[in-house]
Ligand binder design. Sequence first.
Ligand SMILES: C[S@@+](CC[C@H](N)C(=O)[O-])C[C@H]1O[C@@H](n2cnc3c(N)ncnc32)[C@H](O)[C@@H]1O
Length: 419
Amino acid sequence: MLTSERARVRRLGNFAFAMRGVTGIRRTRWLLNVRQVPRPPIERRAPQPVDAVDLAIAERLIAAHRTPSAPAAGENMWAWISENRQRELAERLAGDDPRALAQLLVAMFREDFVLGMAQGPLVWRANSRLEDQAWALKSVDSLVSLAEAAGVVPVENPEQGGSGLAFRGGLEGLLTALEEALGFRLDFPDVGAQSGLLVDGRLITPSTPDQVYAALRLDDAIRINLDTDSAAHPRVTEIGGGYGALCYWFLQRRPGVASYTIVDLPLVNAIQGYFLARALGPENVSFHGEAPSLVRILPDHALAEAAAPCDAVVNKDSMPEMPPEAMVEYLEWAKKNCRGVFYSYNQEAAGEFLGEAQGVVPAAVAELGGFERVRRETAWVRVGYVEEVYRCMAAAEARGERPHASQASPRRTSGPPSA
Ligand SMILES: C[S@@+](CC[C@H](N)C(=O)[O-])C[C@H]1O[C@@H](n2cnc3c(N)ncnc32)[C@H](O)[C@@H]1O
């Protein structure tokens, strides 16, 4: 529906998605008195004009994309997405015109090719006040969940009444307190023409709170489970990084990261590659075939090139959507090459796509063996998502080492992220 050629069907799809977001809010009591919830305006940023930096990045992306790879094939969700939503991007990457590619990328959050990893196009196209209000409600709910998880505001309790506790200092006050506790600004970088809430001069996308939350949890998993040296300078590998949000916020959260590698499908490499190169600086991000930088973007067929051993493997909202053999291949890679932790933030509803049930991470991990689960809990921000932290036993033992164990703090099995 979202990408139908019929405008009315698209509009309906867009509306349905905005409403579906409301069904996923955590504080359903708010719906009884929706007026108490601040709903700031939606900002729709204009694309920045293509400049020399964009052209240089686009040239590098075209060169990186020339390495041979099999197109995403088969009857799986991402083969479908690639076929139905990413054709124009694929054509421009395969062409020889950096400007044409850059023109697409400077407005990426309005384009269908990011659907499945960002809601930007849906928010941008929302064409009724009700849709705007639904996105605002969902975004504010997520922001409050993040603030609750970070301990910046008390948690609401339906048994005690008192709804809207987080707004006592206004939404601006909440945001300022949250930023102070986190140590970085929550404004989305001005890259790709994003859309989201405008609060006190910051653009907060509907998924920013969830991405920031995952970054805090990954940070916690590393600090709690790794030895002091590795925790201070971790080498992180992310599988299926979307447009690069988790990587971006994780790097805002903590200095000293030794390397952050993202392994993803080649077309999505271009999306995350452009976003991160613009948001972090082109010199900090390398593409396939280039000398490694702090952030390294690799296609799935180059998994063997990812730096090993690494200290943490992370997967957020993606292993279940991959073909089962791809999920197993990544887990095998982690088993062999990660000597620290595997952090999984996924749904496990095994919903069907094209008649195939999606994968379930804990089931696949249990079948493979070599991991010890040290934490499992539902996420504070995103309803229906499960966070798990596994210590990777096999790689460390194969090297005759003990798996990383924190000397700094006792092992913890649950609890909110440290702010
Ligand atoms: C729903 S998106 C989630 C993106 C990101 N982790 C997030 O939470 O925003 C799923 C991600 O998995 C990636 N993906 C799908 N199949 C893959 C595969 N076989 N290998 C690596 N990544 C894959 C997609 O390209 C996309 O980046």
